[in-house]
Design a protein around this ligand. Structure first.
Ligand code: AR6
Length: 171
C-alpha cells in the first residue's frame, strides 16, 4: 500500500483514525500517548478504563491493537497499540510489525478510509528509528488488498522524517 510521510503532531490530523503508541495498561502515559489523551479529553480515559474492565482485564498485550472513539480529537477514532520495549539482545521486530499490521486490520474491520501512525516504540521504548521504519515499510509493502484510501506515517521531527524518507524511498 502507498504511504504518505508527514511531519507534525498526530493529534492535529483530520483522519478517520490515529494510532496511539500506548502501554499495556491503556491508562495513559507520556509521549504521543499523553498528547493524544490530553487532546481527546477525559472521555478517552473513561473508555479505556471500560475496555480494561470488560475485554482486557490483563491489559493490551504488546503487538495487539484496540479501537476507541477520538472524542475531542479531529480524528474520529484512536487505535491503541503497544509496541515492544527495545532490547538490543532480543529481536522483537515481529512484535513491532504486529503493531502496524493489527492496527491496519482494525482499521479495515471498521471500514475506515484513512489512518495515521506515529513511529511506535521509538520514543520512551527506545527502538531505533531506522529499524522501526524498515519494519513499518515491510508491513505496508506486504499488506494485502486494502480499503484504506490514505495511510500516513506522522513523524514528529524533521530528523525522523528524513530517516523514514530514506527507508521508504529506497528500493
Ligand atoms: N505526534 C506525533 N508523534 C509524536 C508525538 C505527537 N504529538 N509525540 C511524540 N511523538 P513515544 P513509545 C513521537 O515515547 O516509544 C508512553 O508513556 C516520538 O517522537 O510516544 O512507543 C506510553 O504510555 C516517537 O518518535 O512511544 C508508553 O508507556 C514516537 O512518537 C510508552 O510511552 C513514539 O514515542 C510508549 O513508548
Amino acid at each position: 500500500m502507498k504511504v504518505k510521510l508527514v511531519k507534525g503532531d498526530i493529534t492535529k490530523l483530520r483522519v478517520d483514525a490515529i494510532v496511539n503508541a500506548a502501554n499495556s495498561t491503556l491508562l495513559g502515559g507520556g509521549g504521543v500517548d499523553g498528547a493524544i489523551h490530553s487532546a481527546a479529553g477525559p472521555q478517552l480515559l473513561e473508555e479505556c478504563r471500560r475496555i480494561r474492565a470488560t475485554q482486557l482485564p490483563g491489559g493490551l498485550p504488546a503487538g495487539d491493537a484496540v479501537i476507541t472513539n477520538g472524542y475531542r480529537l479531529p480524528a474520529a477514532y484512536v487505535i491503541h497499540t503497544v509496541g515492544p520495549v527495545y532490547n538490543p539482545n532480543r529481536d522483537q521486530s515481529d512484535v513491532l510489525a504486529s503493531c502496524f499490521k493489527k492496527s491496519l486490520d482494525v482499521a479495515e474491520a471498521n471500514r475506515l478510509r484513512s489512518i495515521a501512525f506515529p513511529a511506535v516504540s521509538t520514543g520512551v521504548y527506545g527502538y531505533p528509528k531506522e529499524e522501526c521504519a524498515g519494519i513499518a515499510r515491510k508491513v505496508f509493502d506486504d499488506y494485502p488488498y486494502s480499503s484504506l484510501a490514505e495511510v500516513m506515517m506522522c513523524l514528529y521531527s524533521e530528523a525522523d522524517l528524513d530517516v523514514f524518507r530514506r527507508i521508504f524511498e529506497s528500493r
